[in-house]
Structure formats: structure tokens, C-alpha cells
Design a protein around this ligand. Structure first.
Ligand SMILES: [Zn+2]
Ligand SMILES: [Zn+2]
Ligand SMILES: [Zn+2]
Length: 318
């Protein structure tokens, strides 16, 4: 008998229903949040602002770089993005992937990548020869991202040594992980210097979750976000919350920001959230974002409107 999750709940596990901890239901497909900070981390690299200093003094308030784990019906574990915090994020999966007293060369069953910016793929380096030295871990990515890894060092060495095996995803086409669970990549507008950028739709037996940690503002989407979410029957949106408002970016032009502002996302989705049709979590927080202050006014305001701050450790049943 396996009681995988019972003793290992991180904060706020939503999928743990007492009385349902049978062998089968213990591996309900779900997402586990491994990180919620923008690429620079929180506390942010080399930053001594008050908020970062406070997070250094109280490690309970720190946040790892934005990432999820996807756990499927067979208990397989997939990373969604490979961040600079991957060492600590793999530690947070050890209940699901216990080792045998030595380096586990298969700490995950695959990795889905959104794009080639610092916070989203550089953790792949740990799968290589100098560290874990994995064997043929599938890396699910668009063809442009897969080619980027294959054609450029040091990532090309991971491919050459067969530490990783790039698998091309076609945007818009679901990849079935098992009978109950699929993952679909969707292209999103973003500054695409090296690769294109995608968000992922995770469709499980009970919920459809769309994860888009990095995107340009909604005015750059061809289909309005609220319509897109309806069209794809999304129940939960986990979305780019890099900046709360222009207050964090004095002197900058809003059209040059490259992220939707949280206040704009809230305006756009208020009706769907109020009607109970959609749950919205923000993630990928820059250290300047006032919603990082747990008791702050901005946090209270968004929660009063039904929107939520995603926290490291939360689990969401699919
Ligand atoms: Zn990012
Ligand atoms: Zn800071
Ligand atoms: Zn990015």
C-alpha cells in the first residue's frame, strides 16, 4: 500500500481529501507549485531593497523561480520549466521520486519548457555530465526551442551525451500523457530572441489549467484573453503577475513593458472570476511587486476581488 502524499503535504495542499488516500487516488493527477518568482528570484539576485532584505531575514517568505511539477495518474513527474533553482525544486519532489542512497539519475520523467529565458531553461545544465548525468530525459518543447538546445552549447552537449532527448510539441496539438491527462502548448507573444514562447494547457479528469508565466500585454494577443479562456474551457488560469502596476516602473512607457500589468488582467477577468467561472492565480512575481507583502494593502485588494497569489508548495488537482 502506498500513501504517497499523506505525510508530505507542503503548504495548502488542495488535492488531499481525507478518506480518499487509497493507493489509486493518492496519485490523482495534479500540479505542485515549485516556484513563483520572476527569473531573478526572490530575494532577487544582488538586490538590497527592503522587500528582498526582509525575505533574506525570513526564509519563509522567499520564493523560488517560477516552475510547476505535473504529476500524472501513474505517478510520473514532469517539470514545467527548468529554473536556476532546480536543485531545491528537485528536493521538493523527493517524496514522489525517492532515491536509493545515491544520485537519482531519473529525478523526473520529463521536462516541459516554455522558452529560453534565464529563469525557464538554464536549470537543464544540472541534468548534464557535471551534475546528475541523466539518461534520455524527454524535453518537450516547440521545434524552435528544441533546435536551440540541439544547436547551441552548452545545451548541445546534453543532447550529444543523451542526457536529454528533445521531443517536439506542435502548438495547439494535445499531447496525451495517459487516458485522463493531456498537455497542449500554445504560442504566446513575448520577446522571442532565441526561441518562441508558449503557455501550457493541462487538461485532467476534472479541471483544465492554463499556465502562462511570461507573456506580453493582452493588447498583443490576437484573441482577447477572456475569449481565449472561454474557448478553451479553462477553469484555472495561472498567469504572469510580474508587475502589479506602473508604479513599479517610474518613467517607463507602458507599451514597452513586455508583461501584462496585474491591474489590467484583473479588469479583464473580473466578470468571469466574480461569476465563479474562472479561478485566477498570479505567479512570476518581480521583487518590486507589492502583492509579495503578505499583509499588504495590494494583496488585500486583489483578494477582495476574488484573485489569488500563487504560493510555492500549493497543489492543484487536475
Ligand atoms: Zn520569466
Ligand atoms: Zn529587491
Ligand atoms: Zn521570458
Amino acid at each position: 500500500m502506498v500513501f504517497l502524499a499523506a505525510a508530505t503535504c507542503l503548504t495548502g495542499c488542495m488535492s488531499h481529501v481525507p478518506g480518499e488516500m487509497t493507493e489509486k487516488s493518492a496519485i490523482r493527477p495534479r500540479l505542485r507549485v515549485l516556484g513563483t518568482a520572476q527569473d531573478g528570484g526572490f530575494p532577487h539576485a544582488a538586490c538590497s531593497c527592503d522587500r528582498c532584505e526582509l525575505a533574506r531575514r525570513d526564509p519563509g517568505t522567499e520564493r523560488l523561480v517560477a516552475s510547476l511539477a505535473l504529476i500524472d495518474t501513474d505517478g510520473r513527474v514532469f517539470l514545467v520549466d527548468a529554473t536556476p533553482d532546480i536543485r531545491r525544486q528537485l528536493d521538493r519532489l523527493r517524496d514522489l521520486k525517492p532515491g536509493a542512497g545515491r544520485v537519482n539519475r531519473a529525478p523526473v520523467d520529463g521536462v516541459f519548457l516554455t522558452h529560453a529565458h534565464l529563469g525557464h531553461y538554464t536549470g537543464l545544465g544540472f541534468l548534464g555530465f557535471e551534475a546528475i548525468h541523466t539518461k534520455e530525459i524527454p524535453i518537450y518543447a516547440t521545434s524552435r526551442m528544441a533546435s536551440f538546445l540541439t544547436d547551441n552549447g552548452p545545451w548541445s552537449q546534453l543532447v550529444e551525451f543523451r542526457n536529454i532527448l528533445p521531443v517536439t510539441l506542435t502548438p495547439g496539438e494535445p499531447l496525451a500523457l495517459d487516458e485522463q491527462l493531456s498537455v497542449t502548448a500554445f504560442r504566446v507573444p513575448h520577446r522571442d530572441e532565441f526561441t518562441d514562447t508558449v503557455g501550457f494547457l493541462f487538461a485532467g479528469p476534472t479541471r483544465r489549467v492554463f499556465y502562462v508565466p511570461d507573456t506580453d500585454g493582452w493588447q498583443h494577443w490576437k484573441i482577447p484573453l477572456e475569449e481565449w479562456l472561454d474557448r478553451h474551457r479553462v477553469n484555472i488560469l495561472i498567469v504572469d503577475g510580474t508587475f502589479f502596476s506602473m508604479d513599479e516602473l517610474p518613467g517607463r512607457d507602458v507599451s514597452a513593458i513586455g508583461h501584462p500589468l496585474m491591474i489590467d488582467t484583473i479588469e479583464r477577468l473580473q466578470e468571469q472570476v466574480a461569476a465563479g467561472r474562472l479561478r485566477v492565480f498570479f505567479t512570476h512575481f518581480n521583487h518590486s511587486n507589492p502583492v509579495l507583502d503578505a499583509d499588504g494593502e495590494r494583496r488585500r485588494q486583489i483578494e477582495a476581488r476574488g484573485f489569488e497569489v500563487l504560493d510555492d508548495g500549493l497543489e492543484l488537482a487536475l
